[in-house]
Design a protein around this ligand. Structure first.
Ligand SMILES: [Fe+2]
Ligand SMILES: [Fe+2]
Length: 138
């Protein structure tokens, strides 16, 4: 993505507050990857990975505790993108493949927008449906 101004916007809102808050944090950390400073890239990537572990665990827990039908597919996407982030980290640290930093910074926003539009959108609708919302603690 050549848009270096990528960031949070209403276009990404799913009208499920706990998820939207987490997604704002993801977007901030993900957008920070595009900063052109190789010295701090790994620290910025580590912050995104740490966030993503919690972000995905929260969604996985919503899905499993509410028997969300497409849970398996959604969790597989989470695992796959985390694996990519960790693999990029490993290749930069172990093999000095610094060109992967810019590629990850370009491709993750595209992945995230697609994930929000599909998987997270379905989950947000499910979590705000009457039956599930009534069962949530106040
Ligand atoms: Fe999400
Ligand atoms: Fe998700």
């Amino acid at each position: 993505m050549s848009d270096t101004n990528w960031g949070w916007s209403d276009r990404l809102k799913l009208q499920y507050e706990p998820m939207d808050e987490t997604h704002q944090e993801f977007v901030m950390l993900c957008a920070a990857l595009s900063e052109d400073n190789p010295d701090t890239f790994i620290a910025r990537l580590d912050a995104l990975i740490a966030h993503s572990v919690e972000h995905f665990e929260q969604e996985d827990q919503w899905m499993t505790s509410n028997a969300f039908p497409p849970a398996g597919c959604h969790m597989t996407e989470h695992d796959a993108v985390l694996q990519v982030m960790r693999e990029v980290r490993r290749r930069i640290v172990d093999a000095g493949e610094m060109d992967l930093a810019a590629r990850l910074a370009e491709e993750l926003p595209l992945w995230f927008e697609h994930h929000v539009d599909t998987m997270d959108n379905m989950l947000a609708r499910f979590m705000t449906s009457d039956a599930i919302a009534a069962a949530q603690p106040a």
